[in-house]
Design a protein around this ligand. Sequence first.
Ligand SMILES: [Zn+2]
Length: 744
Amino acid sequence: MKKSYFTFGLIISCLSISFGQLYKVPFSQKVEKSDLILEGKVTSQRQVLIEEIPYTLNSIEVVKLLKGSPTLTSEVQVLTFGGNVNGERIFSAHTLTLRIGDEGVFFLTKQRNGIDDSNYYRVYSEKQGYYRERFNGRTKELISQFSKFNGRNTFYKELGLHYSEVGFQIESEKDNCLQFRIEPANTLSVESSSLLYFNLYVKSIEPIKLRSSSLKVNYNTNWFGQDIIMSGNLAIYSGDFNASYSLNTQDITSDVFEIKLESNALPTGLNYLDENTELLLCTFGVSIQDFDVEDPIYVENTQFDSKFYDTNGTLQETKCGEINVESQACSPEITGIDLKKSAGTESILEITGSGFIHDSAEPGDEWCGLPNDEHRVKFTDVNGDWVAPLEGDYLEWTDTKIRVKVPTEGYVNNSFNRSDYGMDEIAATGKIRVCINDNVFACTCYDTSDPSDNSNDGELYVPFAIPSRDIDPSATCIEAKSARLYSEASSFEIAFNIDALSPEAKNAFIRALNTWRCAIDINYNLNSTGKIVSLGTVPSGLFALTPIGVGDCPDGEKAIDPKSITFDASTSWHFGTSDPPTNKVDFESVALHEIGHAIGLLHTNNSDNIMYPATGAGISKRVLTNDDLDGGIFNQAKSLTPINCGSKLNPLTTDCNIPTSIKEAIAGNTKHLFPNPLSESLNIESEEKIKAVQFYNSEGIIIEEDTNINSKKYIKNVSNLSSGVYIIRIYTSNSIESLKIIKL
Ligand SMILES: [Zn+2]
């Protein structure tokens, strides 16, 4: 069957999102099932259509191979779901979306539906098979969906590999006022490059402002002889240390090279440091010529000479602890936030406090409602990472108050590049941050709503989320708009076609559908022309997949249209109403979650909710929480309102409970059929002689037939019939009668 993702007549551009309930894939399973594990970087992408479904083909440059073929070339081709096709944008919330420039560790498989696909690799278990590095302020973490490692060392150890990263890590003495740390900026081996990069971090044990400093690094001539030179590569990452810097070539006589850092004139160019803030000051390159050693380099006798200034810009020849910085310079403080807001619904979060405007913000700097682009609010996303709203979502920003829409779409990957926002980073329950001086996305000064961090009013609770997307990516200040259910029909209900399911799967699906129908009165129904519900193949790590189209109406409204629901055919399902055994996955629970996606709900990070992304065998979740209900009611109410493209959803006017039995006209009972339900044998007694008996399955297909019976009694052994509902058609000389039986 050809899959049509885009059916909106009036829609300018469309995208499609797939959702499916996930299970947490153990690390050992990812390692075992992957043909290749590598550190790599996405260098280019192109769009492909496979069986009418859009994909992105990613070229990944191999930085380091951790598992797999030693004959591997320097590049691999990796297929991911979704992309841009004919101007239409397609995304998947549970499948991995990569962007050019993405770096990390990829777990790759050539298996597709159990068959080797020689053309492309795929990421094993989708988002769970890609780890990216995140600098959390002190250490580098490797994070993936449901999984996190503190540093590469622990990650490599878990892989059973020795971590042989070049370089060293040095920390200054703890009693110094200013502490520093140097570590390699990349993982190149000494053999592979003579140009090595290092990151320099600093922090202070007391609040200070730092104007200029000079780091002198000794190197050991026993390793490098006279052959070390300093390259000109010195990238400054600190927000304020961007005015002047230099990297001196080495002094051969003393074996020292020197990094000098000078900031702008005070007070506009201040570095405010304290013991909780580690600042990535710069990355510097060291070029080594004609080296012939294999061991990592190291540095000794390093010292950091810095000058400290007070808030007036006066040089202080002081010792630690003697300089106190006034808070107004760059010290936001949250004193109040709303405690509960949904995401993607354009609901507005109000944050009150002080110091929200950096003193470097000049009149006229206004930028999309912000004082300037150094000011940001960040939300905790579903993976515990930070996500920042789009520019147009800020409604107000003063020194004491911020009003901002809670996003389902925001900036990620330490970037404000517009190619770096995605559907998968959804605002979720957790801390919020007010960040200032944030031009590389890492807050150099901030306050959070974490009770253990600063004075505040606690975490923001996000009960539900619905899809949103920018109205116009070419606009100056793009904003996310919430979506609603859509159809081209003049009025509509959303119907599912469950004909392909087994009788017991049908009943479980109908129970889940009834739960939603009766809870929020949503007009979701069953018919033979509806969205196909079936068992089939879904990516590894998923129990089910619900693709959803999201399009733009000309007036900026968003419209969503569920396409189908596919349950994983290889999963061992439990269809009954009893609790699932520990080795089976409850079909009704997963159906309830998938129908939630079809209603337009995204995930939350509250594991009580039906819309929490992960589940597993033996888990029964068949009751909607208040959060799930609030989300369903919100989108249903929005969908009942007319818009300028498409039409509104019809309200539900019939009984919310769809019967779970098979719909079949059953005539009057002049015959006695027993037992029912039954497991072994079927008995029929009739006043007239029975001529023939036919067994129909729920598809209406004859599966058994006995003719020339000519008896008032009929006994049939049915122990070989699979469990489910059947229709028995009984023929006599004068009547044809249909009766329903349930085989246990
Ligand atoms: Zn889901």
